[in-house]
Design a protein around this ligand. Structure first.
Ligand code: NAD
Length: 480
């Protein structure tokens, strides 16, 4: 393998690209993590062709082999969580703890789906015609195209790759071009497993080229995408033309409701963790804080005091709570939304400063606005920034209708000690995930994940529900 260029992985071989891209740390723009190959149209098509071959062999390989491969990948990720977590933190900007946690979680996805390999059961029943029996079983969907975003470069790959392989499919993976190192590292682990050539392929490069070939291909059977709403719409439109099965997880504008009777300390932790964890670059982040009048002033003061204790700095430094913003473009977007919130009449009560660290990177203090309303653009568009806006409301009913008044619907949270309000909220929140006395961000790996409205499209991801997307059902009629 070349010393300094990290290559694509196609048909079981490491392959040079037609160009390379430098992977630069957002925490230190003088830290060049490596040069990564860029695939072109022909190479992406070659990866799809290889996957068609590989899938047939993988489907025949037997459950024990699939189980062992997935377990081995999970074991290695968990054993190397600190080393790979550091690489992830360097290239994405999240803290070392967040990076190591993401690698550990990725290992858990592989372990979970290793177990799912052995839980694949069919059904059998009598026909309405005497003497005829019917068997219903799931088969692999075939070749799965996987397109992932930059904010969870390993975990998003893992929660798609693990079920794809578990159910006997082949994969062509296109990671986000800002974070190729994490994708390459996971691919390197997968490349050492006992998989038929072509079962797993990595094609790095821009969405407009590599992604475009994948979403327009007639030769893949399913396409799973996580990213922005704008790109998701393109993916849906392109795959619909070829009637390729499609699953989309996109943006959101999540809210945390804080009622008068909430445990204040817990509500503050939920808000700060949910809004600013991962530098606010989470699809589950609570960028809207909907707070009832009776607790509003105490809550704002307490959140502000808590924010003053947050340390922003180089992701690899000990004691840092918030790392770097992912890149120059995201930083620019954050500052634009900060200005927009001010122009729209929001009062900046804390943060929002651009910070200078020892290394040249993209650092900003998290920001808290009060006096905002739900119709402001800052409360309707996903900023993907460490910016939270407080919306003051009269009571539970106004809080709930404000939470639901959005085009998105991934997660929604409430802090209350009232069983009545918690139950009402659980039933009436129009979101895919509901969090009660918990941050809106932070989900498990063994249960379904996804949203409503513009946040998601197609079958749910994760847990046992993932089989809806990664398999097709076959119904067989038999007369003895
Ligand atoms: P993005 O849409 O810009 O890119 C996502 C992926 O799509 C990348 O790999 C990119 O290269 C590729 N892509 C871009 N244009 C393409 C095209 N024309 N054809 C095919 N592929 C193309 O999103 P991003 O900026 O990488 O990620 C941030 C977004 O992801 C946010 O909106 C965030 O909410 C969302 N996200 C959602 C979830 C979820 O599960 N709902 C999880 C993480 C991130």
């Amino acid at each position: 393998m070349s010393e300094s260029i990290f290559r694509n992985y196609i048909a079981g071989e490491w392959v040079e690209g037609t160009a390379t891209v430098a992977n630069i740390s957002p925490a230190d723009i003088n830290d060049v993590i490596g040069h990564y190959a860029q695939a072109d149209k022909a190479q992406t098509e070659a990866a799809i062709a290889a996957a068609i071959q590989g899938q047939e062999a993988w489907q025949k390989s037997g459950l024990e082999q699939r189980y062992s491969v997935l377990m081995a990948i999970g074991d290695e990720l968990i054993a190397r969580k600190d080393e790979l977590g550091e690489l992830l933190a360097r290239e994405e900007g999240k803290t070392l703890a967040e990076g190591a946690g993401e690698i550990y979680r990725s290992g858990q996805f592989f372990h979970y789906y290793a177990a799912e390999v052995l839980r694949q059961m069919g059904e059998s029943t009598d026909s309405v015609r005497p003497g005829v029996e019917i068997e219903t079983r799931r088969e692999p969907v075939g070749v799965v195209g996987i397109i992932t975003p930059w904010n969870f470069p390993t975990a998003t790959g893992a929660w798609k790759i693990a079920p794809a392989l578990a159910f006997g499919n082949a994969v062509v993976w296109k990671p986000a071009n800002q974070v190729p190192a994490s994708a390459w590292a996971l691919t390197e682990i997968i490349s050492r497993q006992c998989l038929p050539a072509g079962t797993f392929n990595l094609v790095m490069g821009p969405g407009s080229q590599v992604g475009d070939v994948l979403i327009n291909s007639r030769d893949i059977n399913a396409l799973t995408f996580t990213g922005s709403l704008e790109t998701g719409r393109k993916v849906a439109a392109a795959t619909a033309v070829n009637l390729v099965k499609c699953q989309l997880e996109m943006g959101s504008k999540n809210a945390l409701v804080v009622l008068d009777d909430a445990d204040l300390d817990n509500a503050v932790e939920c808000a700060v963790n949910g809004a600013f964890g991962g530098t606010g670059q989470k699809c589950t982040a609570s960028s809207r804080l909907i707070v009832t009048e009776g607790i509003h002033d105490r809550f704002v003061e307490a959140v502000k005091a808590r924010m003053q204790k947050l340390v922003v700095g180089h992701p690899l430094k000990a004691g840092v709570h918030i790392g770097a913003v992912a890149d120059a473009r995201q930083m620019e977007q954050n500052l634009e939304y900060l200005e927009l919130a001010k122009r729209e009449g929001g009062e900046l009560v804390y943060g929002g400063e651009v910070l200078q660290e020892d290394t040249e990177g993209y650092y900003m203090q998290p920001a808290l606005f009060t006096g905002t309303t739900n119709d402001m653009r800052i409360n309707r568009e996903e900023a993907f920034a460490p910016i939270a806006c407080v919306i003051k409301v009269k009571d539970f009913e106004e809080a709930l209708s404000t939470l639901n008044d959005t085009n998105f619907g991934l997660t929604g949270g409430i802090c209350t000690q009232s069983l009545k309000y918690a139950t009402e909220f659980k039933r009436r929140a129009k979101t895919g995930c509901v969090m009660i006395n918990l941050p809106t961000a932070g989900t498990d790996y063994h249960v379904p994940f996804g949203g409503r409205k513009d946040s998601s499209f197609g079958p749910r991801e994760q847990g046992a529900y993932a089989k809806e997307f990664y398999t097709v059902v076959k119904t067989t009629y038999m007369r003895a």
